[in-house]
Design a protein around this ligand. Structure first.
Ligand code: ATP
Ligand code: MG
Length: 322
């Protein structure tokens, strides 16, 4: 009974108590879902996609420490840029012979500009013996040496191109020549003379490397080498030496003893400033100092080349002004 009375009392209290809840607005069924907010998400996606991508590209570019343009080289390495050679994309074209095969091409025009720079870079007379070297392998020493030799020969000068890279010689392949005798056989006394071969351009002669010797630096560092360069200098207007990379072996440094000009090749997007600094430090410790740098395989589409015909760089500017 007590329980029943209690329940009744409770019900009465519930009925007396006011209900503080009323309807302000009738609930409506939404037309669109509250989440996901597609438009906002798409806009945010586009925004972060574009600006994030651009930011990432700049960051990667910032981390990329490779040589790209002539301005950067002159500013960071304090060495004149003698020429800028574009990257050749033409299939089946042998870039090593481009000056002969494609005389009207942009690359040939740039090699001509390089020749002008080289010829005007020495104070008293054009350099007679030129060493073409680079920091590491595959940067374009052979390609530069061959095309430079061709362009100089095309001006009517008597030119000799020597394969001074006795470790990875390639000139005999470029010129399609026999390599049973050459510089190595002459220096080791196996052949006495007659080691010069003719190229497709009449006044350009080639001395191939000969078979690869066991210790190339010893052969290059010989009295016979000194005498050979002296004798050849009386017979040719210009002698161009292809060579081994500076940072790998000492062969190029040894060859500098016999020559009067050094040209350093750097490959755009490949040679790092760190490597270039190291190599140039080595070369600047010996005489003669490098006359300048050639930036090879420059990507023209990425704006790494400035002037259409490649009259670009310190020595070329001197040439243009005069
Ligand atoms: N401007 C260029 N455009 C396109 N390809 C190039 C260019 N210069 C060089 N190459 C190519 O790059 C490769 C390396 O060039 P090259 O043999 O001249 O370099 P290298 O410095 O002599 O190498 P190594 O140290 O092995 O002797 C070759 O296959 C050559 O055809
Ligand atoms: Mg080579």
């Amino acid at each position: 009974n007590a329980l029943v009375t209690k329940i009744k009392e409770q019900r009465i209290t519930e009925k007396i108590q006011p209900v503080n809840v009323w309807v302000i607005d009738a609930a409506e069924t939404p037309e669109y879902p509250a989440k996901p907010r597609k438009k906002l998400n798409i806009l945010l996606g586009i925004f972060f996609g574009i600006f994030g991508g651009i930011g990432l590209a700049f960051f990667i570019e910032y981390l990329d420490n490779t040589i790209k343009s002539s301005e950067d080289v002159e500013e960071n390495l304090h060495i004149p840029v003698l020429g800028v050679i574009p990257f050749s994309k033409i299939k089946n074209q042998r870039i090593e012979n481009v000056v002969v095969d494609e005389p009207a091409s942009l690359i040939t025009e740039n090699y001509r500009a390089l020749r002008t720079s080289v010829m005007l870079c020495s104070a008293e007379k054009p350099p007679q013996t030129i060493l073409v070297t680079s920091m590491a392998s595959g940067e374009g020493k052979t390609t530069t040496a061959a095309n430079l030799a061709f362009t100089i020969a095309k001006t009517g000068k008597n030119v000799l191109l020597v394969d001074g890279d006795l470790r990875r010689p390639r000139l005999h392949k470029v010129f399609n020549l026999e390599n049973t005798s050459g510089l190595s056989t002459f220096l080791s006394g196996v052949s006495s003379g007659d080691i010069l071969q003719k190229s497709s351009v009449g006044n350009l002669s080639i001395m191939t490397s000969g078979p690869i010797p066991p210790i190339p630096s010893e052969l290059l560092n010989s009295v016979r080498m000194e005498k050979l360069v002296k004798t050849l200098s009386t017979k040719f207007d210009h002698i161009i030496f292809d060579s081994a990379p500076v940072l790998s072996v000492t062969d190029s440094q040894i060859l500098t003893r016999f020559i009067d000009s050094i040209i350093v090749v750097a490959r755009a997007g490949h040679t790092t400033y760190e490597a270039a600094r190291k190599g140039l430090k080595i070369l600047k410790e010996i005489e003669p100092h490098p006359i300048g740098m050639v930036i090879n395989a420059v990507d023209t589409k990425r704006g790494w080349i400035n002037h259409y015909y490649g009259y670009d760089g310190y020595c070329s500017r001197v040439a243009d002004d005069s």
